[in-house]
Design a protein around this ligand. Structure first.
Ligand SMILES: NC(=O)c1ccc[n+]([C@@H]2O[C@H](COP(=O)([O-])OP(=O)(O)OC[C@H]3O[C@@H](n4cnc5c(N)ncnc54)[C@H](O)[C@@H]3O)[C@@H](O)[C@H]2O)c1
Ligand SMILES: [Zn+2]
Ligand SMILES: [Zn+2]
Length: 347
């Protein structure tokens, strides 16, 4: 089968013929239909410092996908939870099942997660195998491009629903695909004001399409968020913050604009350590919560229900390519003038 492989320990990706994976005990084999390109995949193509220590070659990339189940192991067939013909996406964090958190059902807090497309061969291929316990069956009809990005959509939902949003004023820093999806979720979930910031006019324009109250360009301005509050008639700061840029200055700006007792959920992954005004955090009694991955499978349930309830993610998908044009697609995704970029494995 065709697969996108990190074949050598150097920058680049290679479209190659590799053996089809097999559905081992407890596993299913999935024919991949569409996949989403993620920041992680860009790091692996570029082969930066993180990728050098995280990836062993050869590796098939990819963890954001939708596909059709073509085969299930006998024990999976007996359990009857997933069957050939099912349309599925997959949770890309494979958990150990034996640590304290796994045994307590808090699988998203497993201390020995294995990443699909980072450690185990991934979904940028015509077929991928996955434990049946990692599979999410789509029970209602939905757009295949949207189904392909359930993984990052899950990051957005997990973060956005970390704290109650109804009637609250929400600040989102970073209008990347995940920040924009979080804005759509916050709107849908009943937030009062949803303000998003970025340094890219293209992305701020994209964010406006999901109905934010304000999309603020914070380039070269220390007071943009404060000015935004004033324009909206806000007086006491934001109740909920969703950090989705991984940038120190974004978290600092957020902290300065929170109400006392406010809550921040932080998904953005900083590339290095940095300082913040901890005195402000302490004296304003702000809660800061780190967010990783998706809750298995409560977040997945919420995602399906949000879409059934009419949440529209279509504005966030801006690029569609055949897998054969992967290099152009990756350049598009790396260029930043984009939302989510999709690879079609059937075209
Ligand atoms: N914790 C997790 O499980 C997890 C999972 C996926 C992604 N992430 C992280 O979440 C973040 C969002 O993911 P994404 O795919 O949307 O990333 P992205 O890189 O596409 O988006 C980040 C956005 O932040 C903007 N930005 C840069 N400086 C800013 C500033 N000072 N203020 C506001 N915005 C600024 C960028 O222009 C960009 O649009 C990234 O940091 C990513 O690494 C974490
Ligand atoms: Zn991803
Ligand atoms: Zn575990």
């Amino acid at each position: 089968m065709k697969a996108l492989v990190k074949a050598k320990a150097e920058p680049g990706l290679w479209l190659m013929d590799v053996p089809e994976p097999e559905a081992g005990p407890g596993e299913v084999l999935i024919k991949v239909l569409r996949t989403g390109i993620c920041g992680t995949d860009l790091h692996i193509r570029e082969y930066d410092g993180w990728a050098r220590q995280a990836v062993r070659t050869p590796l098939v990339l990819g963890h954001e996908f939708v596909g059709e189940v073509v085969e299930v192991a006998p024990d999976v067939a007996a359990a009857g939870t997933v069957a050939p013909g099912d349309l599925v996406s997959g949770e890309g964090h494979l958990v150990c099942g034996t640590c304290r958190n796994c045994r307590a059902g808090r699988r998203h807090l497993c201390r020995s997660t294995v990443g699909l497309g980072v450690v185990r061969d991934g979904a940028f291929a015509e077929y991928v195998s996955l434990p049946a316990s990692n599979v999410w069956v789509h029970k209602t009809k939905l757009d295949l491009d949207v189904a392909a990005i359930f993984d990052p959509f899950g990051n957005a939902v997990h973060t956005a629903l970390s704290f109650p949003l109804v009637n609250e004023d929400v600040l989102i820093t970073g209008a990347g695909p995940i920040g924009i999806m979080a804005a759509a979720v916050a709107r849908h979930a009943g937030a009062r004001n949803v303000v998003i910031t970025d340094v890219s006019p293209y992305r701020l324009e994209l964010a406006e399409k999901v109905g934010v109250s304000l999309a603020l360009d914070v380039r070269g301005s220390k007071t943009a968020i404060e000015d935004g509050q004033r324009r909206l008639g806000m007086r006491e700061g934001f109740d909920v913050g969703l950090e989705m840029s991984g940038r120190p200055e974004a978290l600092r700006g957020m902290l300065a604009n929170m109400t006392h007792g406010g809550s921040i959920a932080m998904l953005g992954l900083p590339s290095e350590e940095f300082s913040i005004d901890f005195a402000r955090l302490v004296t304003s009694m702000i809660t800061l919560k780190g967010i990783y991955g998706r809750e298995m499978f409560e977040t997945w349930y919420a995602m399906s229900v949000l879409l059934e309830g009419g949440l529209d993610l279509s504005p966030v998908i801006t690029g569609r390519y055949s897998y054969r044009d992967f290099d152009t697609a990756f350049d598009d995704a790396a260029g930043g003038r984009c939302g989510k970029v999709i690879l079609d494995w059937t075209a």
